[in-house]
Design a protein around this ligand. Structure first.
Ligand code: SF4
Length: 745
């Protein structure tokens, strides 16, 4: 079918396309005069400077972008931004480089079925193809036979529009995000324990604690600016690190508990039991603000110090010292990230940290909290507003009242709102395997690299009738498998907001023109809506700031109420604003805008206002080491110059110079000696799923019997095993059994 003969169900209006594509894009996308500097950046004074937040990780650093002739020339850390105080990590400094990469996708690409090659097509043809083929799948296999996989890397306004377009406009049900891979555990743990997905802290807590406990977190390289905040702590704090590896953070800690991989739940229960035994429970706090402690205390009876030490491999001396430090601390904070979130019993492990904070009264005061450090720059936006597993602002798809509220607030007919949540990421892939899901739309994520047991996803792609990838590059591992590629603008080429780890909403601005015909994701979603024939439902979503206003309306009266924010300019003026910020807060001075923590009044978001102690007997690891696969494989961040699948960070020559080009495997000197390998030897690493080669890096930072591979190299997830936490359905990337030997030849 040719471009001339094939007509979409409802063609996007020429005026929309003219506004968002073609050489005139930059002049016509933005309506001048409504916002000032950030709003119409290409109309800035030639040598102006404007502030915006970084688009890599959830630290959410403020960057100053310096412009020449109205376009970004370079950038520097913003000294006035309350997050980073002028600092930035290598990724932030190099944030413009990926946008300037010569391999950007500049036009839609469609696979020619005759040649198998991708060929450039117009946006009209691309939208036509998208609409006709997705509708064809739905007509043949039912409305829920299409799905999307999205990201924590796009703006909140964009992910909200996507979720609403797909579910309320296109009649789809199943869509998930790569935040399933990083933050689903924290989301579920907080929701069950505290009544809402509410990380309680503010970054000032790093500076105010006298005891900081990091579990499965390596902020020195994964969140380096947050580590700088720790270094500003004037209280000479005790820093405890629970991690199987002697990470950079462990090297800088006062105590490193090098526990066996995935023994953290038992060890944390053991610490809790020892705190009970020595009378270190804040009984007043527990009595006034929590529920379920009696049951927890009884449960802990089985977790003797002997058991905790023998199962975790920690010496009794180190165990006692850690317990003593926590018991004597006056401002104790517990911090975790992927070492906890990516485990087979991750939700209960995160909740063990919440339990520890509750029983020691470490909530709502400076320097305290059970604090999950978020991964992606907008994972928090995804958790609150993407309309994936919950309706916007933490509402429940299964709750008729919530559906009615959303229907009223959005002007969407109630019967368009599903009464059940989406399948989780892994279940969507199962749906593809079973043939139930035949059309897949992947937005700003690289599943063919990042998904656990990666070969399985690559096999499943063959079962899809239609795979669409929307990304900055047509060269990602996933885009190379697509039938259709939609070229997207990146961070710095569009407006919107991101929500960081401490719940701070920060602003992203358009300081560069997107190349060719690449469009902001927001505009792509609007064009899809028009092409699909449901554009009328989203007339109010005219631009990102209008969408932000809609989200504010949806948030009113919820725990994440942001109705008091007076538009993008207010965010700009305040250096971002932490939620909640209801209309009542808006009347205050700017001081409470800067740094705020939750639960200072001891009221939690559960129906009775009390936090819950939640716990469960630890389970053994699903794939222990054995004679055939005698090593435990750990995966994680390689360097602070690499981000996830390296899609963007590999575009910067500066960043490339800061990490090894080829995958490497950290192995202990004892194991290296036994295998007769040295640094640089090629290793063959084999799991029950696949076999890869990697260069040996001999180092005592891993324990004997364990090896470590950085996740940024495409080979690594060929080895990992499809194991999921039953509550959060987050993949367990941090543990599987492998065989290690010299590579042949
Ligand atoms: Fe960006 Fe995170 Fe680096 Fe800050 S720490 S500059 S937010 S990548």
């Amino acid at each position: 079918m040719t471009e001339q003969t094939k007509v979409p169900a409802s063609a996007p209006s020429d005026s929309l396309l003219r506004r968002w594509t073609g050489p005139q894009t930059s002049d016509l996308v933005l309506s001048p005069g409504r916002f000032g500097l950030g709003r119409v950046p290409l109309r800035l004074e030639p040598d102006a400077t404007t502030g915006m937040v970084c688009g890599f990780c959830a630290t959410g650093c403020g960057l100053q972008v310096h412009l020449r002739d109205g376009e970004a020339l370079n950038l520097s850390g913003d000294p006035d931004y309350p997050v980073n105080l002028g600092m930035a990590c290598p990724k932030g400094w190099e944030a413009l480089a990926p946008l300037r990469s010569p391999d950007r996708a500049v036009t839609p690409l469609l696979r020619n079925p005759a040649t198998g090659q991708m060929e450039p097509v117009s946006w009209v043809r691309a939208l036509d193809e998208f609409t006709v083929r997705m509708k064809t799948v739905q007509a043949a296999h039912g409305p829920h036979s299409i799905a999307f996989l999205s990201t924590g890397q796009i703006c909140t306004e964009e992910m909200a529009l996507l979720g609403m377009l797909f579910k309320f406009g296109m009649g789809g049900l199943h869509g998930d995000s790569n935040t399933r891979q990083c933050m689903a555990t924290a989301h579920v743990a907080y929701k069950q324990s505290l009544g809402f997905d509410a990380p309680p802290y503010t970054y000032a807590d790093f500076e105010q604690s006298d005891v900081l406990v990091f579990v499965g977190a390596n902020p020195c390289i994964a969140h380096p600016i947050l580590w700088q905040r720790v270094l500003r702590n004037p209280h000479r704090p005790e820093i405890l690190v629970l991690d199987p590896r002697r990470t950079e953070t462990a090297m800088n800690a006062t105590q490193h508990l090098a526990l066996r991989p995935k023994s953290d739940l038992t060890l944390l229960y053991g610490i809790a039991a020892a705190l009970v035994a020595r009378g270190a429970v804040d009984r007043d706090f527990v009595e006034a603000y929590t529920t379920g402690f009696d049951g927890f205390e009884a449960f802990l009876g089985a977790f003797t110090p002997e058991r905790a030490c023998s199962e975790s491999g920690i010496t009794r001396e180190a165990f006692d010292r850690a317990v003593d430090t926590i018991a004597r601390g006056r401002r104790v904070s517990f911090w975790w990230t992927m070492g906890v979130n990516q485990g087979h019993e991750s939700t209960r492990t995160a909740q063990a940290l919440i339990d520890l904070a509750l029983m020691t009264g470490s909530f709502g005061r400076p320097g305290t909290g059970a604090n999950s450090i978020t991964g992606q720059c907008n994972a928090m936006g995804s958790r609150l507003y993407s309309n994936v597993t919950s309706l916007p602002a933490g509402r429940d798809f299964r709750n008729a009242e919530h559906r009615a509220e959303v229907s009223r607030l959005l002007g969407i007919p109630g019967d368009r709102i599903p009464d059940e949540p989406s399948l989780a990421y892994d279940q969507i892939l199962e749906g593809i395997e079973k043939g139930d899901i035949r059309g897949l739309w992947v937005i700003a994520t690289n599943t063919a690299h990042s998904w656990i047991e990666q070969d399985r996803f690559r096999r499943l792609v063959g079962k899809l009738d239609f795979l669409v990838v929307q990304d900055l590059y047509a060269s990602t591992d996933t885009a190379r498998l697509a039938h259709l590629v939609l070229p997207a603008a990146g961070w710095g080429e569009k407006d919107g907001t991101l929500i960081n780890s401490e719940r701070r909403i920060g602003l992203v601005k358009r300081v560069l023109r997107a190349p060719g015909e690449a469009l902001a994701d927001f505009h792509i979603f609007r064009l899809v809506a028009e092409a699909w024939g449901c554009g009328g439902l989203f007339r109010e979503w005219t631009d990102p700031e209008a969408a932000f206003g809609i989200l504010q309306r949806l948030s009113r009266g919820t725990p994440c109420d942001i109705a008091g924010i007076r538009g993008y300019r207010h965010l700009d003026e305040c250096g971002g604003i932490q939620w909640p910020f209801p209309e009542t807060a808006a009347a205050g001075t700017s001081d409470p805008v800067r740094e705020r923590r939750l639960f200072e009044d001891g009221r939690f978001f559960t129906p009775d206002g009390r936090a819950r102690f939640l716990y469960e007997e630890p389970r053994g690891v699903p794939e222990p080491a054995d004679a055939e696969y005698p090593f435990i494989l750990l995966t994680g961040r390689g360097t602070s110059a690499q981000w996830h699948t390296n899609t963007r960070t590999e575009k910067s020559a500066v960043l490339r110079s800061l990490y090894p080009a080829e995958v490497y495997c950290e192995i202990h000197p004892d194991d290296a000696a036994r295998l007769r390998v040295e640094t640089g030897t090629r290793l063959r690493i084999r799991s029950r799923r696949a076999s890869i080669e990697a260069q040996a890096f001999v180092t005592p930072t891993v324990q004997p019997g364990q090896v470590f591979l950085p996740m940024h190299y495409v080979e690594v997830n060929r080895l990992t095993r499809s194991t999921f936490d039953p509550h959060s359905r987050q993949p367990s990337y941090k543990h599987c059994a492998v065989h290690v030997g010299r590579a042949a030849g």
